[in-house]
Design a protein around this ligand. Structure first.
Ligand code: 13P
Ligand code: SF4
Length: 332
């Protein structure tokens, strides 16, 4: 690895990022869980499905992906001719870590009559072993197109899979992965918060465990939760997902109050995604300047992974990140 040129003292990062973005014909894509300063300079902020669609459609030469690695990998799988950079290559995901490809392959081989419906939060290798990828905003649309008698393996998020099973009366076999961020919400603390804010609805991401989902008035993807905030009648919303999405809510609805659901200590800092937080303005500047760290994927692996992603994009047509998983269903 060659030593990295340090950032000269006094560099105006925002101006330099803007200059480099034009010079490189780059598009900056950011997920809602990125720090506000990154969301504010991005060309597009969205949920996983929207970001995949943008990556597939862009005519930029460079995609600077401000999100986690599986998202940048997805951009490269769909747009192999583009240079895709991720400000910090260590920006992983606990769901991806929970699903090693060799174990997933063995699980699939043990269930030859099942298809693999797989959450996009997984490695390229696991995508290559899957039949159809879903995101939280496309899962319902896609599952509805699969005949009820078809046996399904769903991984790696057991909470999203369990939620879909309960809501649609399916019995998909669930891989035992969880998101460490959504797993950290506390039902007891949520109950206290609801008592302090009588009448305030709760919007939850389907990566939350049933103990949180059971108290939600709305369950959906990050875009779905944002749309719910825009359409709700009340003044206050309790948000059970990574709290950086609140930045977009406060920008869109300055008169309303958004409260992050707490973790067990009553404070929601444990619900900041530690992987998403690795991306910084400094690292984004370096990524655009050096065009590193770059995502590279071996071609035969990319082509296999692309099949399950293409199946998602085709089957999800009509999904606009709105309403998505809809109203709550009860836990087990
Ligand atoms: P969305 O598809 O809802 O943006 O979710 C991505 C994610 O990683 C949630 O933890
Ligand atoms: Fe992965 Fe959870 Fe972070 Fe989303 S919030 S990237 S699922 S660890």
């Amino acid at each position: 690895m060659t030593a990295q040129t340090p950032i000269p003292p006094g560099t105006d990062l925002l101006a330099e990022i803007d200059r480099l973005r034009k010079e490189r014909n780059a598009v900056i894509l950011a997920h809602y869980y990125q720090k506000p300063e990154i969301q504010d300079l991005a060309d597009f902020v969205g949920d996983s499905l929207e970001l995949s669609r943008k990556a597939a459609a862009t005519d930029a030469d460079v995609i600077a992906f401000c999100g986690v690695k599986f998202m940048a990998d997805t951009a490269k799988i769909l747009s192999p001719e583009k240079i895709v950079v991720l400000p910090d290559l260590n920006a992983g995901c606990s769901l991806e870590d929970a699903c090693p490809p060799d174990k997933f392959r063995a699980f699939r081989e043990a269930h030859p009559d099942h298809i693999a419906l797989t959450y996009i939060n997984c490695s390229t290798e696991v995508k290559a072993l899957s039949d159809v990828i879903v995101t939280s905003s496309s899962a319902e649309t896609i599952l509805a197109k699969i005949p009820p008698e078809q046996k399904i393996i769903f991984g790696p998020d057991r909470h999203l899979g369990g939620y879909l099973n309960r809501k649609f009366g399916r019995d998909m076999l669930l891989w035992p992965g969880v998101c460490i961020v959504h797993e950290a919400f506390s039902e007891t603390e949520l109950m206290k918060l609801k008592a302090q804010n009588p009448g305030a609805p709760v919007a939850a991401h389907p990566e939350c465990p049933p103990s949180i989902i059971d108290h939600a008035d709305f369950v959906g993807s990050t875009s779905g939760i944002l749309n719910y905030a825009k359409e709700m009648d009340g003044d206050t919303l309790i948000v059970a997902t990574e709290p950086h999405i609140i930045h977009q809510m406060e920008k869109a609805l300055p008169g309303k109050t958004f409260i992050g659901a707490p973790g067990a200590d009553g404070n929601c800092n444990c619900n900041i995604c530690p992987y998403m937080a690795l991306n910084t303005l400094e690292k984004l500047y370096i990524a655009l300047r050096d065009l590193e760290p770059r995502i590279e994927i071996e071609e035969s692996l990319r082509l296999k992974a692309k099949q399950s992603l293409d199946a998602m994009l085709e089957m999800a047509s009509g999904t606009v990140g709105k309403g998505d998983l809809g109203a709550k269903v009860s836990g087990d």
